[in-house]
Design a protein around this ligand. Sequence first.
Ligand code: IPM
Ligand code: MN
Length: 356
Amino acid sequence: MEMNIALLPGDGIGPEVIAQAVKVVQAIGKKFGHTITFKEAITGAAAIDAVGHPYPEETHQVCLQADAVLFGAIGDPRFDNDPSAKVRPEQGLLEMRKRLGLFSNVRPTFTFPSLVHKSPLKRDRIEGTDLVFLRELTGGIYFGEPRGRNEQGTKAFDTCVYSVEEIERLARMGFEFAQKRRKHLTCVDKANVLATSRLWRETVQRLAPEYPDVTVEYEFVDAVAMRLIQWPKAYDVLITENLFGDILTDEASVISGSMGLMPSASLGVNTKLFEPIHGSYPQAAGKDIANPLATVLSAAMMFEYAFELMDEAKAISDAVNLSLEKGIVTEDLAEGEVAYKTSEVGDWLAEQIEKA
Ligand code: IPM
Ligand code: MN
């Protein structure tokens, strides 16, 4: 198969982790006989520096023309402590999601057998966790208008807006995911307080009869925040709005032991995009110490969701599992043992895939 992949390394550790994913994808190409071409484009602070915009039109065109996008991370401390900055790297990420129509961010949470002991949570609570969040990604308070300050600058406001259409397309994807899994869907909202949440609940209730094989549960976001780490095995597929999903998926990453492990897929109208859920980790940038596994596993999701190549996806996750078992890991996961460099982990995985 021929594959055209857009690479958006972004900021901080982005370029280093993307470089490892590229090695792994190339190894898959060799092993399974695919012709893979990469085209790199700029985003984030790197793009602001180069052309004054965090998601340039040229980058958008590269994404539109690609079969899939692999994305690293965005964010730079130069902008974080400057509330007056007119353009921010994160705007590039949001604009990219919006313009590519990536309304559903698929964030799985699972445990790695060899890492269960590294989670701060008790083994019997988390072992065997297998859940997936579908986080709405192009609406809600991240995008709603009006937003800003009053004239005196003494008040600031954001608006949370959802249309029935936006909720429905995400909810339908949630039902379809559940049908292919353990047939349980949880709608996470705050319907006791928020009007948008009541529309979410109403919409999901209206759709439920179309999916009679799926059991649906409605749960408030605060309760989910608690039960998620108390008994994560209660969940199969969770659907939720943008901000709740952002927060809960960071929390869920604790179950697997490290943020450095969690991949994601963003699906929607145009080219699908694959990115780690972690940020740009500027403190580690350029040091060759960041964990590349979340990005490598995002590449595995790319083979699954963009190309429907399950064997290729599995070859990557098998190699990752083996590296964890053997302790071929970066410093965030190495305990006592020597830590490997980011680039060494990438080399090892690529070699492993080719010889497996
Ligand atoms: C994420 C990130 C982004 C978000 C930030 C960097 C804008 O935290 O992908 O989860 O909030 O969506
Ligand atoms: Mn986040």
